[in-house]
Design a protein around this ligand. Structure first.
Ligand code: C5J
Length: 225
């Protein structure tokens, strides 16, 4: 493949799909469906469900290309040995990490609520990362897996914009990846936080990365938006 140029903020994003991974952050039942971690923190999870069709369209297009796909899950070991007390005890959620909820133990690997939503379920051969932190690179082998595949660019979608998505973007940027965030394929429980994140990422000449609508990507890939 060769370079494609996509109209983005703050200026064009140039990428070669052969060296670009689609990184899908934490599209898990625990954040998107009632009864999970997101709702236990008092959030309206229906806000996040709105991006699912746009994410599906991008994932489908990316799979058609045969390019690299990475799915992450915020997930802890059943013994919670990788969940610092500072994380588990923070705030006053209805259910804490590790507690039994309607979809199994909250944010614990392998539990029903910890699975990626069926609409975006990983296919064999796609990379799956269980991450104990907010960032996709912290305490995971993601950087090494991407390096082995010659990945230099990341196109990112998922939830939530200002928490795991933004943390992962910043971690990726510090490791030398050129990152594009698809604005209609990411969502927050707080509209103002999403807007602020998109502005922060693109400010100062793409100091963290680029932002574009998914239609711009689909157009470049020759797919209907
Ligand atoms: C949060 C995430 N919001 N995936 N996790 O705790 O953004």
């Amino acid at each position: 493949m060769s370079n494609l140029t996509l109209a983005a903020r703050p200026f064009d994003y140039v990428f070669d799909p052969a060296h670009t991974a689609l990184l899908i952050i934490d599209m898990q039942r625990d954040f998107v469906e009632p009864g999970g971690f997101g709702e236990s923190l008092g959030n309206d999870v229906s806000l996040l469900q709105a991006i699912v069709p746009a994410c599906q369209a991008v994932l489908q297009a990316w799979r058609t290309l045969g390019a690299c796909v990475v799915h992450t899950r915020e997930a802890h070991r059943p013994d919670l040995g990788d969940c610092p007390p500072a994380k588990r005890l923070r705030g006053q959620p209805r259910l804490r990490i590790g507690d039994m909820g309607p979809m199994g133990r909250i944010l614990v690997a392998g539990e029903p609520g910890n699975q990626i939503i069926p609409e975006l379920a990983p296919l064999p051969g796609e990379i799956e990362i269980d991450k104990p932190g907010k960032g996709a690179f912290y305490a995971t082998g993601l950087h090494e897996l991407l390096q082995q595949r010659g990945i230099t660019h990341l196109i990112i979608m998922g939830v939530t914009t200002e928490v795991c998505v933004q943390t992962s973007l910043r971690e990726a940027n510090d490791r030398g990846y050129d990152c594009l965030l698809l604005e209609d394929c990411t969502e927050s429980y707080f509209a103002a936080f999403k807007a602020a994140t998109l502005d922060m990422v693109t400010a100062q000449g793409a100091i963290v990365g680029w932002v574009a609508p998914s239609a711009a990507l689909l157009g470049q890939l020759g797919m209907p938006a």
